[in-house]
Structures are given as C-alpha cells and as structure tokens.
Design a protein around this ligand. Structure first.
Ligand code: ZN
Length: 197
C-alpha cells in the first residue's frame, strides 16, 4: 500500500467484548511495525483502552482511537494516551449522538465516525453518518482530522468528503479483489475530485 501512495494504515483491533468479534492485537502490530513506514492509525474497538494503551503504543501504534461509548471520563483516556507519547483519537458508533464527543472534541487529534456498526468488514454504509460528519466538522480546527470508517467505496467516498471527512478508511473496496494498489488509487482520485469546490 505504501507503493500505491497510502499514508496511513488503519488497524482495526477488536476484543470480542466491545464488539462481537475478535481481530488481532499487539503481536500483529509488533510484526508489522518493522516492515512499514506508514502512520499506524490504531482503532481500538475494545472495552478498556486505558488498560491496553501502553502495549499498543509500544508495539508501534502512532495514534490510538478509543470509543466514547466505553468511558465516562474521555479526557482521562486522552491524557493517558498522550502521556505514553501517542496521539489520541475518539470514535463513535452509529447509535451515538455527535454531542457525546463535545467534552473532548477540542483536545483530540482525530474524530472517527463509524458509518457501520463496528465488528465486521464488508457492511453497507449507514447514511446517517453524513449528518454526523456535518455536525462535527465545524467544531474541528484544521490540525484535527475527521475520519470515517465503514462501507467506504467509490459510491460513498464523494458524499462523505463533501460532508467534511478528510480521512477515509477503506477495507473491502480496496482489498476484495485483485490489484489493491489500483483500487486504492482510483478511490483516492474519486475522493480528491469530490473535494473540489
Ligand atoms: Zn476502524
């Protein structure tokens, strides 16, 4: 993916508690780190991000994104991740109101809007995510990223970009066929074209 021009590798970590599936964890990221120069955007779909933040940072995660649904003290989670030397992102599920983010929105490096229910790949994009992106975008500074994850492909990339997303996560749209590099470049072109006024 580096050869295709990707800058960020989005890593979906699932614990089987917060989401009904298990993907991979620290050992896989440790193995990837020496073979990739990409920024590791580590999406922690886990119930206890504070407990596991340190091993994920030590394994090579550059940014850790936790879910707002798992904590009553999101500021503490952000401070904990920063204290370990990582950047901090916050995510919300389709069922969570954007306003749940307001207590930490000014201090995070990234907001990740889930446009499917987390836990499985290959799901269909939930259009409500567009309203959420539009509600969040005006509250972010230029140095903060607005990312969207779930069901992103050639059809959904333009509307999410127009709604304010600047970072798009694609899984199936890139990897579910031959020549992932070509699919990546095509999706990037479509997203950049949508950005034109
Ligand atoms: Zn993700």
């Amino acid at each position: 993916m580096e050869a295709a021009g990707a800058e960020v590798l989005h890593l979906d970590v699932m614990d089987g508690h917060f989401v009904p599936n298990i993907s991979f964890g620290v050992p896989v990221i440790e193995k990837l780190r020496p073979v990739s120069k990409l920024f590791f955007d580590t999406h922690l779909m886990i119930a206890d991000p504070v407990k596991y933040a340190e091993p994920f940072i030590k394994a090579g995660g550059n940014l850790l994104t936790f879910h707002i649904e798992v904590t009553d003290a999101p500021m503490k989670v952000v401070e904990h991740i920063r204290g370990l030397g990582g950047r901090a992102g916050v995510s919300l599920n389709p069922g969570t109101e954007a306003s749940a983010l307001w207590p930490v929105i000014e201090v995070v490096d990234l907001v990740l809007v889930m446009s499917v229910w987390p836990g499985f790949g290959g799901q269909k994009f939930i259009p409500d995510a567009l309203d959420k992106l539009r509600a969040i975008r005006p509250r972010l500074r230029p140095d903060q990223r607005l990312e969207v994850d779930g069901g992103i492909g050639p059809d959904t990339a333009p509307p999410v970009v127009r709604a304010g997303a600047d970072t798009l996560v694609a899984g199936s749209a890139v990897f579910s066929g031959p020549d992932a590099g070509l699919r990546f470049r095509e999706l990037e072109r479509i997203a950049l074209e949508a950005e034109q006024p």
